[in-house]
Design a protein around this ligand. Structure first.
Ligand code: 9Z3
Length: 358
């Protein structure tokens, strides 16, 4: 197949195979969501990490999307602190809530362990003496144990963009039973292009034939069906990543116009840890008609702006969250703390202001 195909979400799911673990994964999600609903807890789906696009069926080579998973893993912790239950859907081996503090490179966990005892028979694993009173470790461990005891964190893994899309659809559909109490926080970095199963070579692509030409298809824009079909009344937050600051706001606005969800958080690659911009649609009433003019008297003049509040024009509101770019040594502030506080506030206000559920 030489022709590049344009996939709608519908044709994508009709032609690309579901991952083999999907049914089992969704059983777990169903049970988790039912438990949170019984406890009257809000649930947020956090997606995190980058998706891959394999180039061969027996995959040796693949394209990857940039993301360490810091945004998602850190945000998940702040959502849990704020009382939300979290479905953490992440790229295999990317950072995860709590364990992210002890990643192999920044804080190897074996350095926290010691061998206690003096003889071979009495030896057991202990804690390195100077780590026993480690305030950060204590804080992380306490919160981790609290969340475990509550059963408020459920983890799912993806690797390819295909795994991601199938999981996103199925998890969103399960979560939609919570309606406005569900939030969707889409921080994963998702491939824009992919190789459909039908175009993939079965075996490792051989070198020796000169340069490699691959034509990829566009990944369908799934935010639209997510808003219109998969979720019912959920609060949807997507991220927009750019490397050119000037594009952030226009691209975020375009996404809101196209998909109709609640918030886009714009971030620029190099400053993403220190500043983000929240973009949302605002209903702004049009200016009142000039004195003495009403709709009936306007004659052939251009139609006056409508007075009905249902016919207001759509405009946008932007607000920045910023923290100091050079964090103080020791107690490091994380921008996700402020992002989540702001989202919880907006989710509350949105629940209050939208019509009651039927
Ligand atoms: C983001 O913009 C995330 O904030 C980052 C986080 C990937 C920058 P890290 O994991 O990085 O902390 O290292 N995620 C969304 C990226 C994305 O693919 N957005 C799409 C786009 O920009 C829309 S869904 O077109």
């Amino acid at each position: 197949m030489d022709q590049s195909t344009s996939f709608s979400a519908e044709s994508y799911f009709a032609t690309q195979p579901a991952p083999p673990t999907l049914a089992q994964d969704i059983e777990g999600v169903k049970e988790f969501v039912a438990r949170q609903a019984a406890n009257n807890r809000r649930v947020v789906l956090v997606t995190s990490g980058g998706t891959t696009v394999p180039l061969e069926l027996n995959v040796v080579r693949f394209l990857d999307n940039f993301s360490a998973g810091t945004r998602g893993a850190t945000s998940a912790e702040y959502f849990l602190k704020a009382g939300y239950a979290v479905i953490f859907m992440h790229r295999q081996f990317s950072l995860q809530p709590f364990s992210r503090h002890y990643s192999h490179s920044t804080n190897p966990f074996l350095d926290f362990l010691a061998i206690d005892g003096d003889g071979a028979d009495t030896e057991e694993v202990g804690i390195t003496p100077d780590k026993r009173a480690d305030a950060e470790l204590f804080g992380v461990l306490k919160e981790y144990k609290r969340v475990q005891a509550l059963g408020a964190l459920h983890t799912l893994e993806f690797v390819t963009v295909n795994d991601y899309l199938w999981l996103l659809r199925a998890v969103s559909q399960e979560l939609s039973v919570l309606r406005r109490r569900a939030m969707y926080y889409l921080a994963a970095a998702v491939s824009d292009f992919f190789l459909p199963r039908q175009k993939m070579s079965e075996h490792k692509i051989q070198s020796g034939k000169g340069s490699l030409h691959i034509e990829m298809d566009q990944v369908p824009k799934v935010l639209k069906p997510m808003v219109e079909e998969w979720t019912r009344d959920g609060y949807i937050v997507s991220f927009k990543l750019e490397t050119d600051d000037g594009l952030l706001i226009p691209k975020a606005r375009a996404a809101l116009e196209r998909y109709g969800h609640q918030v886009v958080i714009g971030n620029e690659l190099h400053t993403r840890k220190y500043q983000v911009v929240f973009v949302e649609r605002k209903r702004k009433p049009l200016p009142p008609l000039p004195p003495g003019v009403d709709d009936d008297e306007a004659g052939d003049a251009p139609a006056p702006p409508p007075k009905s509040p249902q016919l207001e024009s759509m405009t946008f509101a932007e607000s920045w969250i910023r923290i100091p770019a050079t964090p103080a040594v020791g107690n490091v502030k994380e921008i996700e703390e402020d992002i989540i506080a702001e989202l919880v506030r907006r989710h509350d206000a949105w629940i209050e202001s939208t019509p009651a559920e039927i």
